[in-house]
Design a protein around this ligand. Structure first.
Ligand SMILES: [Zn+2]
Length: 315
């Protein structure tokens, strides 16, 4: 599954990035495609970790579909709205809500009001908040197609991109996500899945914690987990990115979504140390702004709005 060649290019401006990719040849000249430059560009998958403060919102564009994973927080709505406008997103084929915490579900009104959402996926676990009730009401009133995701589901993202769901299981949702002390922790049942496009793959984790990671490793062989890039679980918190999980996933890079000066001090120093130990480059939205991954299924590039990889100065 190793990429035969990878090139990294970093830029401080998104526009400059495009120019650099053309000028420096960082745009993926994979032998997987024998077509011309245009055909290659059309067959790329782009993953953008939007810079939307303390929360998650990840925009995925495949050759055929637009997918949004999470909607960031209620307080970050304006940032999400601006980011979706910048990206000219009008239709979202698939909206995935990893779990119903406010920093993942909070911007859903922006998404439902400003975009046409064709289908919604989540883990099917109810929350007691008004935010969650409004979310369900909107899905019903707009007649949007809905499905609760379970380990083993495969969702077609179009153009050859597939999302393989690894967690939660039906039993986990029935149990309700109680932690070792018996307290409900909605993070535990986050939707976890692997986007696979050719030889490229990316593990999406929501706020899944080490307990969830252990379950995934019990149910799945390492080859089903190995991923080129990891979406750092729980904003880089120490609750996630367990060493065994990192060894199973073997990512080359980890992307962390967190707000500048956030009160939780995400990402935790121990997480950053683990990434360094396992030679995983990390990028973080509070330092790097929006982080963009582009792949043709063979090569990939990671570009940022500003700063460099492995910058430890954010918190
Ligand atoms: Zn979160």
């Amino acid at each position: 599954m190793c990429l035969k060649r990878k090139k990294w290019c970093l830029s401080f401006l998104a526009l400059l990035m495009s120019f650099m990719m053309l000028a420096a040849g960082c745009g993926g000249k994979g032998t997987a495609s024998d077509g011309g430059a245009k055909q290659q560009a059309d067959s790329n998958v782009t993953i953008k970790m939007l810079d939307v403060g303390q929360g998650d919102a990840i925009l995925i564009r495949t050759p055929e579909q637009t997918v949004l994973i999470d909607t960031s927080d209620v307080d970050e709505k304006q940032k999400l709205s601006a980011a979706l406008k910048d990206e000219k997103v009008k239709v979202i084929d698939k909206l995935i809500i990893t779990h119903p915490h406010a920093d993942h579900l909070g911007g859903m009104s922006v998404v439902f009001n400003e975009c046409e959402v064709k289908a919604v996926y989540d883990n099917g676990q109810a929350a007691t908040t008004k935010l969650y009730r409004d979310y369900l009401k909107t899905i019903k009133s707009k007649g949007i197609q809905y499905k609760a995701l379970r380990d083993g589901d495969r969702i077609d993202f179009g153009g050859g991109a597939v999302f393989e769901v690894l967690s939660p299981t039906e039993d986990m949702v029935k149990e309700g996500g109680h932690d070792e002390k018996g307290k409900i922790n909605l993070n535990l049942n986050s939707v976890v899945g692997r986007l696979v496009y050719g030889e490229f793959s990316m593990m999406f984790t929501g706020d899944a914690e080490t307990e969830s990671e252990k379950g995934i490793m019990k149910r799945h062989a390492p080859k089903e987990l190995k991923s080129t890039i990891l979406k750092s679980g729980h904003h880089g918190s120490k609750t996630s990115s367990g060493p065994k999980f990192l060894r199973a996933v073997q990512p080359e890079a980890a992307l962390i979504s967190c707000g500048k000066g956030n009160e939780y001090h995400h990402p935790h120093p121990s997480t950053r140390n683990k990434y360094t130990k396992y030679k995983i480059d990390f990028y973080r939205t509070d330092v790097n702004g929006m982080i963009t991954v582009e792949t043709d299924g063979h090569y990939y590039t990671i570009t940022t709005e500003r700063g460099t990889k492995n910058d430890d100065t954010g918190n």
